[in-house]
Design a protein around this ligand. Structure first.
Ligand SMILES: [Zn+2]
Length: 474
């Protein structure tokens, strides 16, 4: 039924309900901790535009990634399958197997025009993340050739990020919207993966004025910091070993990114697309700044610093703005949710739960489990969430050594958000039941078999250098 006139003031420009098959704008940010955003309670004003988006949409307060490292995290997000099933664990490196039906493939099959702009080299076409996209822009590519010619370049801290940043990704996104027809003839799916808060933290100079003096000086031994993160502090002219300096830089990166998110959403509005565009905002993982003596990195620990990311769904006129969902969900769930919202049939074998009923206001009292794999040693670290509880298994002895933690620990995040107190002895039955569910999930889910590994040394020199500059080939 077409509604010709609506008496209820739903907001500016709201004269009809959103289209049946809305456009989809998926924004994933590399290395963005949820707790560094105003909407998630941060004390500094790092994110006015993202906070405004959260007010327009539904914010999930407790969202966990599938693996706190770019390629396994994003692979789970775009396939709706956990790492052991979709074939993308930390190792061996291989392109995303074609057996998976990516979000782009599913939406393209349902009549969507598909495009992406990605700014992390780990999501390059050579790693197979372009499956299902008609337009796939490697954001760094053009500028890298311009600045360095065809020869391989010698990397130095920050150089990789000189080839792309939030401003460039946003420019490329607006060009991509035109290429996709701005949703006129058919709806579009546009995925943007921004790199900005990923180390090395090099915010644009205009942001140097933000958060001055907001972080106290906290020196650590220089050798504890990852080499790719090291920077000269302009205040001292020395290579900085001060976590306070790096925290400020990280916050400034987020603040500059936020300007670009604001610019992107404004452009969407100016093109008259806001009403018919589902906006999904999330991140591939967080960052451990100093916690657990794990500095300026992600991937190697199972803790909330790198596991917890923002997740916001906004579709004006469809969801009640400003709602907050407190129970744990996974980034992996956005796959089924986007399919449900676009009336796209889900392919078989996915392990992603649609959040649509929750988005539409249903109270979801069913206790849900959210699983995560992490670590650099095998057997991998495993963790499970259920309500406020988090059970962590450090299965590799090396992990128990360097993290000074037991093989199995249970945390009550409602009382102990920084995971300092193992309460498994006091809650033995719960710990045993969660462990059983966790191991059952890990060993019981279908396992990907096959697919050739990628030999990173066979990649071209520039790709190798860029991976190294982001800390991936240390
Ligand atoms: Zn990442």
């Amino acid at each position: 039924m077409v509604v010709a006139a609506i008496a209820l003031p739903l907001g500016s420009g709201c004269r009809r309900p959103p289209k049946d098959k809305p456009n989809v704008l998926l924004i994933s940010i590399d290395t963005l901790r949820a707790d560094r955003l105003g909407a998630y309670g941060y004390r500094l004003d790092t994110s006015p535009a993202i906070d405004a988006l959260a007010k327009r949409g539904v914010r999930f307060a407790d969202t966990t990634v599938a693996w706190p490292k770019t390629w396994p995290s994003v692979a789970a997000m775009v396939t709706g399958k956990p790492p052991q099933t979709n074939g993308i664990l930390l190792r061996p490196r291989r392109p995303l197997p074609a057996e998976n039906v990516t979000l782009a493939e599913a939406l393209h099959g349902n009549g969507y025009a598909t495009g992406a702009v990605v700014a992390n080299v780990n999501l390059a076409k050579s790693f197979g993340f372009d499956q299902g996209f008609e337009h796939y822009v490697e954001s760094w590519a053009e500028e890298a050739v311009k600045q360095t010619g065809s020869a391989s370049f010698r990397n130095s801290p920050g150089l990789v990020k000189r080839f792309t940043n939030g401003e460039r990704v946003t420019d490329q996104a607006l060009t991509a919207l035109d290429a996709l027809g701005n949703g006129k003839d058919k709806p579009f799916f546009l995925w943007l993966h921004y790199i900005d808060p990923h180390g090395p933290y090099v915010p644009p100079p205009a942001f140097a004025r933000f958060f001055v003096g907001a972080h106290e000086s906290r020196p650590v031994p220089l050798e504890d910091l990852p080499p790719y993160q090291l920077q000269i502090d302009p205040a001292t002219g020395q290579v900085s070993n001060d976590i306070g300096f790096y925290e400020g830089q990280y916050d400034r990166e987020i603040r500059s990114l936020d300007d670009q998110i604001g610019r992107l959403l404004k452009a969407l509005d100016e093109r008259g697309l806001t009403r018919d565009t589902l906006i999904v905002f999330t991140a591939d993982h967080g960052e451990s700044l100093w916690e657990n003596d794990y500095y300026l990195e992600h991937g190697d620990v199972p803790y909330q610093t790198t596991a917890a990311v923002p997740l916001i769904f906004a579709l004006d006129g469809r969801f009640r703005g400003g709602r907050v969902v407190e129970h744990p969900v996974g980034v992996i769930d956005l796959y089924a949710t986007i399919l449900a919202l676009t009336k796209t049939s889900p392919p078989p074998g996915i392990a992603s739960t649609s959040l649509l009923p929750v988005l539409e206001g249903e109270d979801d009292a069913t206790p849900r489990n959210v699983f995560m794999i992490s670590g650099k040693y095998e057997p991998w670290q495993l963790s499970i969430r259920e309500g406020p509880w988090k059970l962590v298994l450090l299965r590799a002895p090396q992990d128990r050594d360097w993290l000074h933690a037991p093989e199995r620990a249970l945390y009550d995040l409602s009382r102990d958000p920084h995971e300092q107190h193992d309460v498994s002895a006091e809650n033995a039955e719960l710990a045993a039941s969660l462990e059983k569910k966790l191991l059952g999930w890990f060993s019981g889910t279908p396992r990907f078999a096959g697919g050739a590994a990628t030999d990173l040394k066979q990649l071209d020199g520039r790709t190798q250098e860029m991976l190294r500059g982001l800390g991936y080939l240390e």
